[in-house]
Design a protein around this ligand. Structure first.
Ligand SMILES: O=C(CO)[C@H](O)[C@H](O)COP(=O)(O)O
Ligand SMILES: [Co+2]
Length: 210
């Protein structure tokens, strides 16, 4: 069963509650893009937004930390998240970081920038719930999907793990089918949901393709 997680980065920040409530019955959860202006060249939002949204929906919160030194913030994010994903490139002691996420009762994921090979995950894979493959350079929504992602998914599949493979960046009705065939099962979708005139129709269209 394919899962769809709209990224609130593409929603209307002047009325997040309305945008989330509008689609919440048709989605598997919401993706939260946390950017610090250091790991990525952009700043998005942080604890006050997550803590406010946690009060208005019980849906799964999939928190994507695009920040340096994520260990300093895991305990606080764990209180408002169901899953926490850190970047391979931002983490020195990845096994320790993943253990911390689990200790605070969250699912744990590692995200890879487009240039980072999946082979680097070999030793950490048994400890992960998900791998988040970035199909754009992290930092901004609305970017063009990077085509080499398909091959990267196949390579991760070949590593014989049951880990959930989630794709983030430029996912839309034109590429979701091919991504599923390559082996991905979860999708972050920002612009192709919230920047359309009918977000629920966009979600249905993607589910109908599969
Ligand atoms: O992590 C991200 C960017 O760093 C976002 O989750 C991603 O870009 C989703 O937005 P879109 O579907 O518009 O590409
Ligand atoms: Co993201």
């Amino acid at each position: 069963m394919v899962k769809i997680f709209p990224s609130i980065l593409a929603a209307n920040f002047a009325n997040l509650e309305k945008d989330l409530k509008n689609v919440e019955n048709n989605v598997d959860g919401f993706h939260m893009d946390i950017m610090d202006g250091r790991f990525v060249p952009n700043i998005s939002f942080g604890f006050p937004v997550l803590e406010s949204l946690r009060k208005i929906t019980n849906k799964y919160f999939d928190t994507h930390l695009m920040i340096v030194e994520p260990d300093n913030y895991i305990e606080r994010f764990s209180k408002v998240s169901d899953s926490i994903t850190v970047h391979y490139e931002a983490t020195t002691h990845l096994h320790r970081t993943i253990s911390q996420i689990k200790k605070f009762d969250c699912e744990a994921g590692v995200s890879l920038n487009p240039h980072t090979p999946v082979s680097l995950l070999e030793e950490i894979l048994p400890y992960l719930d998900k791998v988040l493959i970035m199909s754009v350079n992290p930092g901004f929504g609305g970017q063009k999907f990077i085509e080499t992602t398909y091959n990267k998914i196949r390579k991760l599949k070949d590593m014989n793990s049951n880990v959930e493979i989630m794709i983030d960046g430029g996912v839309n009705p034109n590429n979701i089918d091919k991504l599923v065939k390559a082996g991905a099962s979860s999708f972050v979708v920002g612009s192709a949901v919230f920047k359309t005139s009918d977000p629920n129709k966009a979600i249905k269209e993607m589910r109908d393709i599969l």
